[in-house]
Design a protein around this ligand. Structure first.
Ligand code: GDP
Length: 234
């Protein structure tokens, strides 16, 4: 399949889960503390300058921003990127935190279409209590890619140390999910190819699974129409 990430374009913004698209397309969510470098990472991964942009206003309405992936000439996208609001603003009022839990938190817990999560972490902060709480919300079968952004700010030895520390913290959290970990920099492109490879692979798999299901449904419809004998006994 041709690369999906460079086809990313804005699709929709929703402030309620009920407003999310209903077509069951696979979704990859990006989550992270505000200022971790999430918008920069999305833009770098999709080779776009201002696809995602962060608001620095703590009280701003919480929303999920969806970006469509797949050739534009198709009548519907093949998959979506879902950018969640940054969390952990020190100054955020309790109401904003509650809104985050209600929207992004619930999204991670209940969304069937969610096929992967990218957790963006500032390499200098490591795994915070909020990151840990969020990781526990993700359904156990959903793979997670943790990217340590701004790794360009550290030397090689410090980068390795940061990776070791985060790896130990993730191991200690005993998550059931498949977790991958990468040093990353939107500025220098460190880890960019590996992150793209990971995303294209999980998306490709999810899209193939949906195509196989649609094909089987269509086949069954045809068989029924053609009056193929059924075999009701086991
Ligand atoms: P968000 O709030 O998580 O979306 O964070 P942004 O992507 O807006 O980034 C927050 C700040 O960190 C901005 O000033 C970015 O220029 C900077 N930044 C983001 N990623 C990197 C990176 O990989 N390296 C460096 N040096 N700075 C970065």
């Amino acid at each position: 399949m041709a690369s999906l990430l460079p086809t990313a374009r804005f699709a929709t913004t929703v402030a309620k889960l009920a407003q999310l698209p209903r077509d069951g397309l696979p979704e990859v969510a990006f989550v992270g503390r505000s200022n971790a470098g999430k918008s920069s990472a999305i833009n770098a991964l999709c080779q776009r300058r201002r696809l995602a942009f962060a608001s620095k206003t703590p009280g701003r309405t919480q929303a999920l921003n969806c970006f469509a992936l797949g050739p534009e000439k198709l009548d519907r996208p093949l998959a979506l990127i879902v950018d969640t609001p940054g969390y952990g603003f020190a100054a955020a009022p309790l109401e904003v935190k509650r809104e985050w839990d209600q929207l992004a938190g619930r999204y991670l817990q209940v969304r069937d279409a969610l096929c992967a999560v990218v957790l963006v972490m500032d390499v200098r902060r490591g795994v915070t209590e909020l990151d840990r709480a969020l990781l526990r919300w993700i359904r156990p079968d959903v793979p997670v890619l943790v990217i340590l952004t701004k790794s360009d700010k550290l030397g090689r030895a410090q980068q390795r140390q940061a990776l070791d520390t985060v790896e130990a913290a993730l191991r200690e959290a005993r998550l059931p999910n498949p977790v991958s970990l990468l040093a990353f920099s939107s500025t220098t492109g460190l880890g960019l190819e590996q992150a793209r490879g990971w995303l294209e692979a999980v998306l490709g798999e999810a899209i193939e699974a949906i195509e196989a299901r649609d094909h089987a449904d269509a086949q069954q419809g045809e068989d029924t129409q053609q009056g193929t004998p059924r075999n009701p006994t086991p």
